[in-house]
Write a new protein. Structure first.
Length: 91
């Protein structure tokens, strides 16, 4: 029983020691700054695209829940504000 416990401890330590070396990073390990910046820019662009898509989905769901009268009121109000802005600028 004691030998089995010792072997389990050795195996467990071995997994931690050798397992840590096999983990790879998405930034690139060759030390190239340009490559790392390119990877970071690509990831940020992907995240921005996902955020934009989620915002669009949220906005669509919001307007789907609104009544027809509310949609019409908002549309009329926006049109009225646009006209007022145009007239105040001297058009």
């Amino acid at each position: 029983m004691k030998l089995r416990t010792i072997l389990q401890g050795i195996v467990l330590c071995g997994l931690f020691i050798f397992g840590a070396g096999s983990v790879t990073s998405s930034y690139g390990q060759d030390g190239s700054v340009a490559k790392a910046e390119k990877t970071i820019a690509k990831r940020r662009k992907k995240e921005a695209k996902a955020a934009k898509k989620e915002a669009k989905k949220s906005k669509k769901a919001f307007w789907a829940r609104q009544s027809k009268a509310a949609k019409k009121s908002v549309k009329r109000n926006a049109k009225r504000q646009k006209r007022a802005k145009r007239q105040s600028n001297g058009w």
